[in-house]
Design a protein around this ligand. Structure first.
Ligand SMILES: Cc1cc2nc3c(=O)[nH]c(=O)nc-3n(C[C@H](O)[C@H](O)[C@H](O)COP(=O)(O)OP(=O)(O)OC[C@H]3O[C@@H](n4cnc5c(N)ncnc54)[C@H](O)[C@@H]3O)c2cc1C
Length: 428
């Protein structure tokens, strides 16, 4: 069995690994000159790994832990939400130190979010904003919810479907605790990729598929196989890349266009020494650079702070030139830390804007109201030749994550193996 896997991110590598281990001849075609996709660990910005893309393992039961253990990579617990510091204008304070009204509001927002799990499905096809309004939250509360609940989903409260959030809460099997990989994510994926045949600089332009197989035209030539696993980010598919010949089914095209992919931008700041107390793990406010954390919680002298913004906030930061975006970030950080010397103490800074990346075209996909079925439809095979994986296809676990992408790669690989074994039984 010959299989082409399009994309060497978490999903593509998981699919390729499983197919390779099952005895298939697998050719992975990757547009970039590196593996990882939206996993991109940098070793140059600081004297320890800094994540430009995925950073945390979301969940104590995420499949990533078993892979990390097999690869000999340590995972380290990180308490972010438990130690959240919030700011309404001055220095960020722990929930205990906030005025009671503010603390109660934040607690109530998280509780309202958790209640989505148990809402009847006919009450779900609306935005998170509508649900919160109907639950009695005012506009100020919605602004906090946008930061605390929607930004992490690379969305705004106005566009995020309660139906998909509820689905995720119900099927979640990863858990709530968070971790980092001591080595960063890249070595984990490199371990996963070892022995695989990956062609770099091979952006797929056209995928011709017939009952008998596929031919993929790329920047590095034409490749043939019995079937193909597509893990290209949905925002790239939305731009018609690659072109499918014949075109994908109408339902698949609907699912691709129904999803929404927003901008996702990190601002990174390295200082001459850590300028915050050792207990600081997470700060948030309603500014442009809304969510902040130190880039490594376990490394002594890890003087790097990361701001993560998505959706309209990321678009606003992306619209500025890099120096302006960095200046805004520094000003907001000064307020959050209650300092006035950050510009002098900052030794390096950079912006990583995923919407400007032609092989990602944004952060990760969310489901707006009216599109609850899109993940499952995107995941469905087209005949016995095209199989689909990637974070956006995850309907039975956590989309928008590395572990969800890995699980989707395994699912698509199993679908391809099953389809091939059925067809060889028919024709034997
Ligand atoms: C800023 C940011 C922070 C994040 N933080 C976290 C986090 O803390 N924890 C977490 O679990 N997840 C996080 N995520 C999400 C996580 O990174 C993704 O869910 C996951 O990496 C997606 O994997 P994938 O294989 O589906 O897609 P990708 O990693 O995007 O892989 C797709 C691959 O396809 C390639 N490709 C694109 N076009 C073509 C083409 N035409 N031909 C061939 N190849 C092509 C791409 O180059 C890429 O390598 C974050 C994402 C971002 C952007």
């Amino acid at each position: 069995m010959r299989v082409i896997v399009l994309g060497a991110g978490a999903a593509g590598l998981a699919a390729a690994r499983r197919l390779h281990d099952a005895g298939a001849a697998v050719q992975t075609l990757e547009a970039r000159h590196r593996i990882g996709g939206r996993v991109w660990t940098d070793e140059t910005f600081a004297p320890f790994p800094v994540e430009y893309g995925a950073e945390f393992i979301h969940g104590e039961h995420a499949v990533t832990h078993a892979l990390a253990a097999a690869a000999g990579i340590e995972t380290i617990p990180v308490d972010r939400y438990e130690r959240l510091r919030w700011s309404d204008g001055g220095p960020a304070r722990t929930l205990d130190a906030l005025p009671v009204v503010r603390r109660d509001l934040i607690t109530a927002l998280f509780q309202a979010f958790d209640r989505l799990r148990d809402l009847p499905s006919n009450a779900l096809d609306r935005s998170l904003a509508d649900y919160l309004r109907e639950s009695g939250f005012d506009d100020e509360a919605l602004r906090a919810a946008d930061v605390l609940l929607a930004q992490t989903c690379c969305a705004s409260v106005e566009t995020l479907s309660c139906a998909d959030l509820s689905r995720e809460l119900r099927v979640d099997h990863a858990g709530k605790r968070e971790y980092r990989l001591r080595s960063g994510y890249a070595p984990l994926l490199a371990w996963h990729a070892s022995g695989l045949d990956i062609r770099f600089g091979a952006a797929a332009r056209v995928v011709r598929h017939t009952f008998g197989g596929v031919a993929v035209e790329t920047d590095a030539g034409v490749f043939h196989a019995d079937c193909c696993v597509v893990t290209i980010p949905v925002a790239v598919l939305q731009r018609g890349i690659p072109r499918f010949d014949p075109p994908l089914s109408a339902s698949k095209q609907w699912a691709i266009q129904a999803m929404r992919v927003e901008a996702a931008t990190k601002l990174l700041f390295r200082f001459d020494e850590p300028l915050w107390d050792a207990d600081l793990t997470f700060m948030a406010h309603t500014g442009l650079a809304a969510r902040w954390w130190p880039a490594a919680h376990t490394t002594r002298d890890a003087a790097v702070m990361v701001a993560y913004a998505t959706a309209s906030r990321a678009r606003a930061l992306d619209a500025l030139d890099e120096a302006e975006a960095i200046a805004i970030g520094l000003r907001e950080l000064q307020t959050l830390l209650g300092r006035d010397d950050l510009a002098q103490r900052c030794v390096a800074a950079r912006r990583v804007a995923w919407s400007a990346d032609p092989f990602a075209c944004g952060g990760y996909a969310h489901i707006p109201p009216g599109a609850a079925a899109a993940r499952r439809i995107l995941a469905a095979p087209e005949g016995a030749t095209l199989f689909f994986a990637g974070e956006a296809t995850v309907y039975d676990s956590n989309p928008q994550t590395v572990h969800g992408a890995i699980e989707s790669g395994w699912r698509a690989a199993d679908e391809a193996l099953n389809a091939y074994s059925s067809s060889t039984q028919i024709f034997r």
